[in-house]
Design a protein around this ligand. Sequence first.
Ligand SMILES: Nc1ncnc2c1ncn2[C@@H]1O[C@H](COP(=O)(O)OP(=O)(O)OP(=O)(O)O)[C@@H](O)[C@H]1O
Ligand SMILES: N[C@@H](CCO)C(=O)O
Length: 294
Amino acid sequence: MVKVTVPATTANLGPGFDTLGLALNLYNTYTFEEINEGLVFEGCPDKYKNIENLVYQSFAKTAKLLGKNLEKNSYGLKITMDTHIPVSRGLGSSSACIVGGVFGANALLKGNLSKDELFKIAVEIEGHPDNVAPAVYGGLTAAIVENGVYSVKYSISDKIKFCALIPDFETSTHEARKILPSIVSFKDAIFNVSRTAVLLKALEEGNFELISVSLKDMLHQQYRKTLISEYDEVKKICLENGSHAFFISGSGPTLMNITNDPDFIKNMENSTRYLKNKWDIKFLNADRSGVIIK
Ligand SMILES: Nc1ncnc2c1ncn2[C@@H]1O[C@H](COP(=O)(O)OP(=O)(O)OP(=O)(O)O)[C@@H](O)[C@H]1O
Ligand SMILES: N[C@@H](CCO)C(=O)O
């Protein structure tokens, strides 16, 4: 039996579209067990209890790379999930499933693929690297895909706390990518490049003034906010309550804040009570370890 624990992740962090990602202390655990025959799922919604399941598909793809074709050998597998990362909310639930399946297969089947090799397989399945990198390596990461995948880790100050507002509705990453323009202006590109570079130093130093200036974006949020009900109302409330930075987590709809105010959550609960949607408010810290296999 193998247990794989994977952190939630927030991608983009404003200007670093498809590049930056941060692991958060909210986790899914996937347990893989060999059984006599068949494929059994426990702990996930019925709609995912089938061969299309992303954890299973990621497991099967890795198994194939290790020379084991699951269907051919009618391999018996039980996957038990203990999930805390909300689905389709911009907190990396799909990357967690993929990393769980890829690392679970290598461990259960006693494969000899390295962490970096497993990272590449997971990115190939996900299609972009910014959630997978922090899910694997932990902390704050930046990644590039070009004839391979490259990922580096940055440090992030302990002073920084994240406050996520997770709504009771979903948006799909696929839809949130379709809405983006295919061409951006030179001015907007420079806006994001300069802010991404400054933001990384600001996060390392825990410099809240610089974080406020640099955690801004012109490439995706202005388009995606139209998919998020009450975006403007929630943004106004967050800024009035002293959020240092407000941004869409991943492809949304979770809205994220950076704060160092311990009363932020209490104030937010009061101010969001009368909104149309229900917003679950969670204080989160950076996860430093990434995927853990036991
Ligand atoms: N427990 C699960 N079992 C199987 N599939 C899951 C599970 N949790 C999530 N998924 C898959 O992940 C998909 C959600 O991925 P999507 O990329 O839309 O959102 P996200 O990863 O939560 O957000 P983001 O990519 O913006 O951080 C679901 O539609 C489903 O296919
Ligand atoms: N960079 C990705 C993250 C979501 O998976 C996006 O914003 O579409």
